[in-house]
Design a protein around this ligand. Structure first.
Ligand code: MYA
Length: 260
């Protein structure tokens, strides 16, 4: 009997505490938002929960790094990845490993921390936001690529394998997909070099079609900087460099005045 009374008292206390805290929350939210009806309050609470429970940028629960090898990568893709990756670290005469001329850029918001101002940007971007080119979960179906930067030479190279979802003319890559990868690589290059920048102009000449599934190289070179304007040229070639697929020039405008 006594135990029953205790259970009932505890349940009543929990109920009261729950009501009190919900009411308290609702009142807090209502004072902040005059329109704070029940739905609004619930959605606010959901947002608070989403924010507090979302993975922290750059924490160990980071989203996947799409620029690392996966099982869909062809042997040519892996070979080129290794070719550049090996140059990211060099061994000194004493046998120490030091940073090489090239840097592999991790995908999306992990990569942002490598950009000047990246820490600031990362706070602005929602944890769920994802770069357009990294939207397809199925490995090998869309854009499989990795970008390496050479700061000294002011160049970037991207090893790109085009998946079956990027088809345009039968058996070949869609021109819009080619434009997308060019914009992404040159945009990444501009951002890494000078901080957040937007594409103002992109001029593309398509020279020869890119077969679906093939591996190509996207070369990005920083030509000049004039104030906030960053001029970049780009060539897409076959993996051995013998065939020119696409040429482009891009103009990026730096969003902030600060010089890095
Ligand atoms: C946000 C960063 C995210 C980072 C994500 C990392 C991943 C990156 C990878 C993904 C990458 C994906 C990237 C994407 O997909 S970015 C998405 C596609 N791009 C856009 O949506 C950009 C839309 N446009 C704008 O927002 C503005 O127009 C911008 C910001 C570009 C400039 O407006 P703003 O008011 O700030 O500047 P201003 O007008 O004072 O002009 C300044 C100077 O620039 C010259 N000018 C301007 N436009 C042009 C033009 N078209 N041709 C030639 N010149 C042009 C202009 O004459 C002037 O020159 P001068 O008189 O000083 O000599």
């Amino acid at each position: 009997m006594l135990r029953h009374r205790l259970y009932i008292t505890r349940a009543l206390c929990q109920f009261m505490a729950c009501k009190l805290s919900t009411g308290l929350f609702r009142n807090i939210l209502k004072t902040k938002h005059p329109t704070g009806d029940m739905w609004y309050t619930r959605s606010c609470l959901q947002s608070i929960l989403a924010v507090t429970m979302a993975p922290r940028p750059f924490s160990s629960s980071q989203p996947r790094d799409y620029s690392l090898p996966n099982t869909s990568w062809s042997s040519e893709m892996l070979r080129l990845y290794e070719h550049y990756n090996i140059m990211c670290e060099v061994e000194t005469e004493r046998g120490d490993k030091i940073k090489g001329q090239w840097t592999r850029l991790p995908s999306y918001n992990r990569f942002l921390k490598y950009a000047p101002g990246g820490q600031y940007l990362s706070k602005l971007l929602l944890a769920k936001a994802r770069l357009f080119t990294r939207n397809i979960e199925e490995q090998g179906a869309g854009f499989e690529y990795v970008v390496f930067e050479n700061k000294q030479e002011k160049t970037c190279v991207c090893v790109f394998q085009a998946g079956h979802l990027l088809e345009g003319p039968p058996g070949h890559v869609h021109g819009g997909a080619i434009a997308t990868i060019i914009d992404s690589v040159t945009g990444t290059h501009a951002t890494c070099h000078s901080g957040p920048a937007m594409t103002a102009n992109l001029t593309i000449n398509y020279r020869s079609p890119i077969p679906l599934g093939s591996v190509v190289l996207v070369h990005s070179s920083l030509d000049k900087i004039e104030g906030r304007k960053i001029f970049i040229s780009c060539q897409v070639t076959s993996s051995d460099g013998s065939k020119l697929h696409t040429e482009a020039t891009a103009l990026f405008i730096r969003l902030f005045e600060t010089t890095y």
